[in-house]
Design a protein around this ligand. Structure first.
Ligand SMILES: Nc1ncnc2c1ncn2[C@@H]1O[C@H](COP(=O)(O)OP(=O)(O)OP(=O)(O)O)[C@@H](O)[C@H]1O
Length: 507
């Protein structure tokens, strides 16, 4: 790639938290008009590097250089320096106000045009429309952000970040597709490809290997804070990229696919009849002991509501819901019947932020570690240490505060908590969001192990590969109703996508 003009060079970036080095001499180049991906396992240092570039975290050393500008030391780099260096960031949460219009969101960062002290709405809408059309985003400036489809929201955030129209800007995107459903991902990737073709330089952080390979021209792989490799993506396939991330041979990407289809005659654990709650509309569902059942469907199809209703957190409008024949009427009765939920919003709903990694793993099974009426911390730590090793949770030790873990490692700790407990019915909502591809296979293996021991599992996921690899049966939900059921050893990701979109009106 030496034949292309460099747009940004990072040299020898270092950063430690306390005595733990997190970035150890990271260097790479971005080429103008190219998408460069940053990949790496959980805890490899991706977010830290992005925070350093944004001036939010202070680096210990390293420099950033851009053509025709003075080299900048990263020690003491601030958000203002990042802006002056032409770096523009769109983070996962997008930073848009959902109840404001697109035009108002633009004006919050760029200023409201005024005539005679009053806001010139017509002008604001016209300039916003012009900006959006430059970015080929087909939305009405007067629409509220909440009303937009998810990929368009991201494009609006990108248009806002790049509104200055300076061709030298570098767009940094941190996991922009993490919460986008399948078809929206394609819309966004198309938009980004077009921007790159028009000369936009992009640094793209993602866990999704297929995206890295289809969108990016080149990729830098971080491993334990070191650049393990920088490659042209044409030289790589998914397995090759995952192996660079893991630093070892993996054999297959998702591990062996062994279905454990429960016998038809194993007893039903969950039974719902004409269950309606929130957007869930008349669901008949039976899950037998040891079955792993997947829930597919588009955004808003009711997957999370169904899980939360089964967990007793949403009160049904009508219908029945029983676990082992006993009615579930509240979270308390659900828990008493052995139902556990790993919610989608890990930070808010599942993490105990003031506790250690160990306690976050063992909290659902604490009574098991009591001996002679006292909690045996040694037993508790031993169990947690096994989980940490098995799932490759990157920590400085079992006593590390959980909030100091990287996002993907926090997710592993929360899922592991309930896998320890082996509940009667395990409800998983997007269980591997943000988890690196190497650990996914280990998590799937653990889910299969608890299922083989009799736990029933209901898993909602927008990752169709995940559903295809993990589940004995996949249900497709649309507008709160089950519209298709896929069973048998040949459930494929393509089938799930096809059934999810069947008869779908284009949006
Ligand atoms: N505030 C902090 N204090 C101490 N250690 C931290 C802190 N923030 C992050 N770390 C450590 O820095 C390392 C890199 O974390 P970082 O969040 O950059 O990883 P990542 O590659 O973005 O991971 P993920 O894919 O899980 O998001 C991890 O080992 C993490 O535990």
């Amino acid at each position: 790639m030496t034949d292309h003009a460099s747009s940004l060079t990072l040299s020898d970036v270092t950063k430690s938290y306390g005595t733990a080095p997190v970035l150890r001499g990271v260097s790479f180049d971005l080429v103008r008009g190219r998408v460069h991906a940053l990949a790496g396992g959980n805890g490899s240092g991706k977010s830290t590097l992005i925070k350093v570039l944004a001036g939010i975290e202070r680096a210990d050393g390293g420099t950033l250089s851009r053509p025709d500008r003075a080299e900048t030391a990263l020690l003491g780099f601030t958000p203002a320096h990042a802006r002056d260096a032409g770096l523009r960031f769109v983070h996962q949460d997008l930073g848009l106000l959902p109840d404001m219009t697109v035009a108002e969101n633009m004006a919050f960062t760029r200023g409201f045009p005024k005539i005679g002290g009053r806001i010139a709405w017509r002008e604001l809408h016209a300039t916003t429309a012009a900006l959006l059309s430059r970015f080929e985003v087909d939305v009405d400036p007067r629409a509220t952000v909440r009303a937009l489809r998810p990929a368009d929201r991201t494009m609006v955030a990108i248009a806002r970040a790049l509104a200055d129209d300076d061709p030298d800007q570098v767009l940094v995107l941190d996991e922009p597709t993490a919460s986008l459903p399948h078809h929206e991902v394609d819309v966004l990737l198309d938009g980004l490809s077009r921007r790159a073709q028009q000369g936009q330089t992009i640094l793209y952080v993602s866990h999704r290997l297929d995206e890295v390979l289809s969108l990016a021209h080149s990729v830098t792989v971080l491993r334990d804070g070191v650049v393990a490799a920088t490659r042209d993506t044409r030289e790589l396939d998914g397995l090759g990229l995952a192996e660079l991330m893991a630093g070892r041979s993996l054999g297959t990407l998702y591990g062996e696919r062994s279905r454990t289809r429960a016998a038809e005659d194993s007893p039903p654990v969950l039974e719902t009849r004409k269950l309606s709650a929130g957007r869930v509309d008349g669901i008949d569902l039976t899950i037998r002991a040891g079955e792993i059942v997947g829930l597919a469907g588009l955004l808003g199809s009711g997957r999370s509501t169904l899980l939360r209703t089964i967990f007793g957190a949403v009160r049904p409008r009508s219908g029945t819901l029983t676990i082992d024949g006993t009615s579930v009427t509240s979270i308390r009765t659900a828990m008493r019947q052995g139902v556990a939920l790993v919610p989608e919003n890990r930070l808010a709903d599942a993490l105990f932020p003031d506790e250690s990694v160990t306690r976050n793993i063992t909290i659902a099974t604490l009574p098991r570690h009591v001996r002679w009426a006292r909690l045996s911390r040694a037993r508790e730590r031993a169990v947690a240490t096994d989980v940490i090793d098995d799932l490759r949770i990157k920590t400085t030790g079992p006593d590390q505060p959980v909030t100091r873990l990287s996002g993907g490692n926090q997710q592993k700790a929360v899922v592991a908590r309930w896998l320890q407990r082996a509940p009667r019915l395990l409800l998983l909502d997007e269980p591997t969001q943000g988890v690196d591809v190497m650990t996914r296979a280990d998590l799937y293996e653990r889910v299969r192990t608890v299922a083989a021991g009799g736990t029933s599992v209901l898993v909602a996921s927008s990752d169709v590969e995940e559903l295809a690899h993990l589940c004995d049966r996949v249900l497709v939900l649309r507008a709160g109703q089950i519209t298709a059921e896929l069973t048998g050893p040949e459930i494929s990701a393509t089938d799930i996508v096809t059934r999810s979109y069947a008869d779908q009106e284009p949006s």
